[in-house]
Ligand binder design. Structure first.
Ligand code: GH3
Ligand code: MG
Ligand code: MG
Ligand code: MG
Length: 334
């Protein structure tokens, strides 16, 4: 018992091991208040402060937030609590703030069944019975190292995925994101018998901006136009830059009248205030033409494949846009 006690205290003390981590690791010891094993209770109470904190497992998941999300959970299980303990492990895996935490399960004595269950449920490591304190130090450090590497990989992937679906100039979504999203919107509308609207918005005589004031001025205008369009749509609406000066906008749960009102408002928001061109003491008045097509409420049994529905929808919006251009620009055709 004394071996266990001193081992735990030292391991959790982290006198040397965690120096390698730039951001101090956050370690949570999760125990059940009814834990029967007196050795554990004693040694855990001696656990040092700092990044290490001890929690009643029942309140921990209720209280954990992004700010105190752990890098590592030491889940101290008593044999008599095996099944709630393992349930807690599943809950750690399901909770958004603990999903990526490393977990080391500590068993009071070797138990192959429980160890296998714990590993199966996502524990990174299992320690049982009496153990060498230095070894627990190393196991903890190793789990944290792996967890930190996984964090880095996840964030790199997230950045990469965001970059892959974002237009770098305006920050809007790009075509690669927009089309599958539109497909999901159409599917949702079909399933729920709702209408939705698709708009293609194209700046009028945009080429002149480039020709008269240069490409950088054109870029600045595109950024401001994107900003105005986004600011005048709902959060549920999709807006993407799908061409040089062409934007795709999709409005779920929107009927024809509402779509017309929304499109006209967008036209007005672009034309009513001139756009400053940075570094040129100049403001240009831009206008936009918008073609709108309505997503119909299809008869489920007669409905065509989604990609075909989307293609036709965009085709109708494009023809409407052409109509708006032909009728003099700065207007909506629906
Ligand atoms: P219309 O009213 O018929 O749409 O006329 P327009 O001049 O807007 O249309 P056109 O398609 O002839 O010209 C679009 C121009 O947009 C041509 C291209 O140089 C410019 N363009 C495309 N992408 C960018 C960009 O990222 N930055 C800048 N500055 N210009 C761009
Ligand atoms: Mg054009
Ligand atoms: Mg244009
Ligand atoms: Mg165009």
């Amino acid at each position: 018992e004394s071996h266990l006690r001193s081992g735990t205290s030292r391991a959790l003390g982290f006198a040397e091991a965690p120096q390698e981590f730039v951001t101090p690791p956050r370690i949570c010891i999760l125990t059940d208040p009814t834990l029967h094993n007196p050795a554990w209770r004693h040694s855990l109470q001696a656990a040092p402060q700092g990044a290490v904190s001890q929690h009643d497992s029942r309140s921990f998941l209720r209280d954990v937030t992004a700010d105190n999300a752990p890098d590592l959970c030491l889940l101290v299980l008593d044999r008599s609590l095996s099944s709630p303990g393992l349930r807690l492990l599943s809950e750690l895996r399901a909770h958004p703030e603990t999903r990526h935490a490393a977990v080391i399960v500590i068993l009071p004595e070797p138990d192959n069944h429980m160890a296998a269950d714990a590993l199966d449920l996502g524990a990174g490591d299992v320690v049982a019975g009496l153990f060498d304190p230095a070894e627990l130090d190393l196991r903890i450090a190793s789990q944290i190292r792996r967890k930190r590497m996984a964090d880095q990989l996840r964030s790199t992937l997230r950045d990469g995925m965001r970059a892959a679906v974002t237009d770098p100039l305006t920050g809007l979504y790009n075509r690669r994101y927009a089309l599958p999203h539109l497909m999901r919107m159409a599917e949702h509308a079909t399933r729920n018998g709702r209408r939705f609207a698709v708009m293609l918005a194209d700046l009028d005589h945009f080429k002149r901006i480039n020709d008269l004031y240069g490409h950088a001025a054109g870029d600045a205008v595109l950024v401001e136009v994107a900003q105005r369009l986004r600011a005048n749509l709902r959060a549920v609406d999709l807006i993407a830059r799908i061409g040089g000066e062409e934007f795709l906008i999709a409005l779920p749960d929107t009927n024809k009248t509402e779509a017309r009102v929304a499109a006209r408002r967008l036209c007005r928001m672009i034309s009513q205030d001139p756009i400053d061109v940075p570094g040129q003491d100049l403001a240009v008045t831009m206008t936009v033409s918008i073609g709108v097509a309505m997503g119909h409420r299809p008869q489920p049994q007669l409905s065509d494949p989604l990609p075909l529905i989307i293609e036709r929808l965009l085709d109708r919006a494009d023809r409407a846009l052409y109509g708006a251009k032909a009728c003099g620009r700065n207007q909506v055709t629906i």
